[in-house]
Write a protein that binds this ligand. Structure first.
Ligand code: G6P
Length: 367
């Protein structure tokens, strides 16, 4: 196993470092000569034109990808999207339009609830597309169309590179749907694809800067509760950051849409409680800052995760971490990296089994 870790202490860190390549490979499989080519996925133009609504169904981190995808697909392609937990979808007798597309996202392609949700959609004659990492897995085999992510084998229970490639697949679908349906022009299309091609290098830059996060994380080992807040895509990123942290550090953590704090969670803020604000969406920046200030005035200790240039965040937070600029639709791909690193380093600081956290399985094949 030591050899397989390629010099890293844990698979999770190795897989965090593999993200630039995993993204490049996934992009390379569907973008050819500056154009999206979904012939391997099998989605034809007419299929895309006819989609009346999209249901994204998944579990765990894959569901968090769905949360990001919802914002991106709705904003770019203007198709209504609903994101659902597979374990809920399968039992609620969902109302699905006959021209809907059901998208199942799953790293393993074997998650019991996701597979059952896929079968439920198919039994109603609804068109299905899966975004899957493991070739030939049940969900890949049974869905009408498959978009394979090329993350390679993921060993660490806490997903990193599979999550990142699932985001890429979602962006590609959003851009292609938007173009086919006349919602964006050629210039915007080219601009989006060029932004995507720059993500691997930007991620590498964040990874190269990991020591500052290690230093900050090592001070959080005794935290009792940690809250993540954000709005829009930043809320979706917060959900993933919070899950990553609780999975491997065993610290209680929750993610909240920043505007909801006042409706309950703020009562949990005590002196020194860490609140992490995610602020990659410029139009929502001031709103989230003001929610963070409200937490601070109740004793919270603040970390801010934002884009280079927003240095005035340091007037508000105790610790700031920055990500390179990108089109805001794709910011999740960058913002998740410091949150993966944070979770990793807190787990290491606590001396826990990073790759095999207690009570969790890599693939949940029973209900
Ligand atoms: C487990 C894993 C998570 C994963 C979820 C869904 O809970 O620990 O990392 O997000 O299952 O798995 P899937 O293989 O369907 O993506």
């Amino acid at each position: 196993q030591a050899a397989e870790k390629a010099g890293f202490e844990h698979f999770m860190m190795k897989e965090i470092h593999e993200q630039p390549k995993a993204i490049k490979d996934t992009l390379g499989s569907v973008v050819k000569d500056g154009k999206i080519d979904l012939s391997n996925v099998g989605l034809a133009k007419e299929d895309i034109e006819n989609i009346s609504q999209i249901h994204i169904v998944a579990c765990g981190s894959a569901w968090h990808v769905g949360m990001v995808a919802q914002y991106v697909i709705e904003d770019l392609a203007r198709i209504p999207v609903r994101v659902e937990l597979a374990s809920e979808f399968r039992y609620r007798n969902p109302i699905i339009d006959k021209d809907a597309l059901v998208i199942i996202i799953s790293q393993s392609g074997e998650t019991a609830d996701s597979l059952a949700a896929l079968r439920e959609a198919k039994s109603r004659g609804i068109k299905t597309l899966s975004i899957v990492n493991v070739v030939g897995s049940s969900i890949a085999r049974e869905a009408d169309n498959v978009f394979y992510t090329l993350a390679g084998p993921e060993i660490s229970v806490a997903t990193t590179k599979a999550y990142s490639t699932q985001l890429i697949a979602s962006y590609i679908l959003a851009i292609e749907f938007a173009m086919v349906r006349g919602q964006i022009n050629q210039e915007q299309y080219d601009g989006f694809l060029s932004e995507l091609s720059e993500l691997p290098d930007k991620i590498q830059k964040i990874i190269d800067d990991k020591e500052r996060l290690q230093w900050f994380a090592s001070k959080q080992a005794n935290a009792k509760d940690i809250f993540f807040v954000g709005r829009g895509i930043d809320y979706a990123i917060s959900l993933e950051g919070s899950l990553k942290l609780k999975e491997i550090s065993y610290i209680h953590s929750e993610a909240y849409a920043a505007g909801e704090l006042k409706h309950g969670t703020i009562s949990l803020i005590e002196d020194g409680t860490l609140v992490i604000g995610v602020l990659t969406q410029n139009g929502l920046y001031e709103k989230t800052i003001s929610n963070m200030v409200e937490c601070k005035s109740r004793g919270a200790y603040l970390m801010g995760l934002t884009t280079y240039g927003n240095y005035n965040i340091e007037d508000t937070v105790e610790f700031a971490t920055y990500i390179p600029k990108t089109d805001e639709h794709f910011a999740a791909s960058l913002a998740v990296i410091p949150l993966q690193l944070l979770a990793y380093y807190v787990s290491v600081a606590k001396g826990l089994d990073v790759d095999k956290p207690r009570n969790l399985a890599k693939s949940v094949t029973v209900e």
